[in-house]
Design a protein around this ligand. Structure first.
Ligand code: ADP
Length: 249
């Protein structure tokens, strides 16, 4: 987020470098139940981001000192693969991945009915296979689908998407160039049934009016992502039903 560049991020016609209008999100693909050995899983693409999420649990919480006698804890591990970015990323945990893991766990604990599973752990593994800005939103969006796919009781799903500012335009769903050279990046995650915000960060600068406009776009887009999450889960359930029907015969 340097805010200083000679690169044109939005041209005179209001078109961005990847051909999108300012209020357009990147193409999204969501698939639930892609891994056989996890309790729940999801594969998600948004633009050039590729994310895989696997869920285990609820299961006995280990290490045991982390157990909470009143509810389950959500242990999330966000990991960016070494090959996910153009310069090889140093493998392993760094400060950024610890922070993102924590904020995704906290967002998810707003919708997962953790009180139903005292002393348990629900483990969420998010692997960023390819990164192009917006991976925390992509990871969180995939994680709630994977949790639902695992059959874990939830109040709602969590769709997430960013808004921000590039070349003095308020834009939706920043790509890598806009994230690097734009003026602001604002990831947002919501609980659609109540429009509660469960994640909101801001890096850069925007006027209050611009932020209001950006959030309007992001809320609208998050509801569209929500429809895609539900469609992915419906498709998964109908596949399971078909399989079960076939084995009954
Ligand atoms: P987000 O992916 O949620 O937007 P950031 O704003 O921290 O999170 O990162 C923006 C983008 O910068 C990432 O999606 C990725 O493309 C790139 N990036 C982040 N960390 C690294 C890294 N260690 N090496 C190379 N690129 C990175």
């Amino acid at each position: 987020m340097s805010g200083h560049t000679d690169m044109t991020l939005v041209n005179d016609e209001g078109i961005r470098i990847d051909g999108r209008r300012c209020d357009e999100k990147r193409p999204i693909k969501i698939e639930a139940g892609v891994l056989k050995n996890a309790d729940g899983s999801c594969y998600l693409e948004i633009g050039k981001n590729k994310v895989l999420c696997a869920v285990y649990g609820p299961r006995e919480c280990r290490p045991r000192h982390l157990q909470d006698p009143t509810k389950a804890i959500i242990q999330c591990k966000y990991n960016m693969e070494t090959y996910s970015v153009s310069d090889r990323k140093r493998p392993g945990t760094d400060r950024r991945s610890v922070e993102i893991s924590k904020l995704i766990s906290e967002a998810l604990s707003n919708v997962v009915q953790v009180e139903l599973f005292p002393r348990a752990s629900i483990d969420v593994y998010i692997e960023i296979l390819q990164a192009n800005a917006g991976t925390r939103c992509a990871g969180l969006t995939a994680a709630s689908v994977a949790l639902a796919d695992a059959g874990i009781p939830m109040r709602d799903l969590i769709p997430a998407i960013a808004c921000g500012k590039a070349d003095n335009h308020v834009v939706l769903d920043l790509n890598k160039e806009e994230d690097n050279f734009g003026q602001a990046d604002v990831p947002l995650a919501i609980v659609p049934s109540t429009d509660e915000i469960v994640l909101l960060q801001m890096d850069g600068n925007m006027t209050r009016e611009e932020l209001d406009h950006g959030l309007d776009m992001a809320f609208g887009a998050a509801h569209e992502v929500y429809d895609m999450q539900k469609a992915a889960l419906k498709k998964r359930y109908s596949e399971i039903e078909k399989k079960e029907g076939a084995t009954d015969e």
